[in-house]
Design a protein around this ligand. Structure first.
Ligand SMILES: [Zn+2]
Length: 434
């Protein structure tokens, strides 16, 4: 390594890179397992023959580079409210909604913005540079307080993190309020038809709104394990069919989140649904931690895992994203805002391979969110995550605490961890074989 390049230093060192514009990462472990250089010009990675732009060239020996992660489905307006919840409150989806509505009168725009920022700090520190947050349009108080707060946070953080604000409007919200919410600057239209008295009417209303404003749509679909209704009654089937009929089947335009019912369907029913979704180029977001928490309650045995049919969807070429959904609120009391928490769950509860799990929180999530690819290939966005150079399986297991996170070539988070142990003295410790 050139002695003129400063080193990133040890994973256990002192963080010092936040705010640094990076022109190159030299001697870094690349996603293909080789060691090489990543040259950066502004917000973009350039090839080995290209010229790096202004910025700091870093000696990244001892680090591994990955694409930065995405959180394709958060609820920043609800995040970090768990401590306010009545501990005796229920814990399935409807009970969580009731607990949230109980809290809502005490929640204003400033409160939402403060918690959203605190949650975003956690996501970004752990390697996430793009977040899609759903936001309620409450029926009591100012219906726009969540939208206004998150749109303001998005603008404050522009250039530091990519935040997409997605409506989560219930069927009781009237059309005028919906139109006003869109006008206040949301990026994505969304709702929860599966909770509406007439789900088809609600899917149609949301698609009308998205089509009218030329916006993408991301609906909470089929967040139930009940499959007694015919497949035609699934929100996702309705959404995909209408997307095709309306010519809204461009990649990144239409997304179904949750889609829990698909995970319970027997193969003969699942096959045609997945084929339809693939043909409609509808993206799917699976949210293991929250659906593992919320669904399957009240059953004495054989409780479903409540992930969507991730294997069948991937095999059919459906764009698949994965995230955490709620973060320490009535819908999910735990969560680390960590993409590797999600990859662990995709591997244990969803039985995906490591590379598939990683893709679901990186490239797959970017595709579903309509974002350009990020990574180390020339032309890709320099949204990157550096972790200590341990084997990929250890990274996916979330075993590394130190992370340096780049958004558009700029370091937006630098985390190191210091640890002292009183076990074996270093010289008597056998070397760790790779
Ligand atoms: Zn959600």
């Amino acid at each position: 390594m050139s002695e003129s390049r400063p080193g990133i230093g040890e994973p256990g060192g002192v963080p010092h890179l936040a705010g640094v514009a990076v022109a190159g990462l030299y001697g870094v472990r690349l996603p293909d397992g080789t060691v090489g250089d990543v040259l950066v010009d502004g917000e973009t990675v350039v090839g080995a023959g290209g010229a790096p732009g202004e910025g700091t060239a870093l000696d990244a020996t001892g680090w591994r580079v990955l694409p930065a992660a995405c959180e394709p489905h958060a609820h920043l307006d609800k995040a970090l409210t768990g401590a306010r919840m009545d501990p005796a409150a229920g814990n399935d989806l409807l009970a969580a909604i009731a607990a949230w509505r109980e809290m809502l009168p005490g929640i204003d725009a400033a409160d939402i913005a403060a918690r959203a920022l605190a949650a975003i700090e956690q996501y970004v520190a752990r390697g996430t540079t793009a977040i899609r947050s759903h936001v309620d349009v409450p029926l009591t108080g100012d219906p726009f307080r969540g939208v206004d707060a998150l749109v303001a946070v998005r603008e404050q953080l522009r250039g530091r993190v990519e935040l997409q604000v997605c409506l989560l409007a219930g069927s009781e919200v009237d059309d005028g309020v919906l139109a006003e919410a869109v006008a206040r600057g949301v990026d994505v239209v969304g709702g929860c038809p599966h909770l509406a008295p007439d789900p088809h009417r609600e899917v149609t209303r949301m698609l009308d709104l998205a089509e009218r404003h030329g916006l993408p749509i991301d609906l909470h679909c089929d967040e139930q394990t009940d499959i007694t209704l015919p497949d035609d009654g699934f929100d996702l089937v309705d959404l995909a069919r209408q997307a095709v009929a309306r010519g809204m089947d461009a990649p990144g335009r239409v997304t179904g989140s949750h889609c829990v019912r698909l995970g319970v369907l027997p193969p003969e029913r699942l096959g045609p649904v997945v084929a339809l979704v693939a043909a409609a180029r509808t993206g799917i977001v699976t949210l293991p931690i929250t659906n593992l928490y919320l669904q399957g309650r009240g059953l004495t045995h054989s409780a479903p895992r409540a992930l969507t049919a991730v294997r069948a969807l991937l095999d059919a070429g459906v764009p698949l994203a994965a995230g955490g959904d709620n973060l320490r609120d009535p819908f999910n009391p735990v969560g680390r805002a960590d993409p590797f928490e999600t990859t662990s769950l995709l591997m244990t509860a969803g039985h995906l391979r490591g590379d598939e799990a990683l893709a679901a929180v990186t490239s797959g999530a970017r595709a579903v969110m309509g974002l350009p690819p990020a990574g180390t290939a020339p032309g890709e966005r320099a949204d990157l995550m550096l972790v200590p150079d341990v084997p990929p399986g250890d990274v996916l297991a979330g075993a590394t605490d130190a992370r340096v996170v780049l958004h558009g070539g700029r370091v937006v988070a630098d985390t190191r961890t210091a640890r002292a142990l009183d076990l074996l003295p270093d010289p008597s410790r056998p070397a760790l074989a790779r």
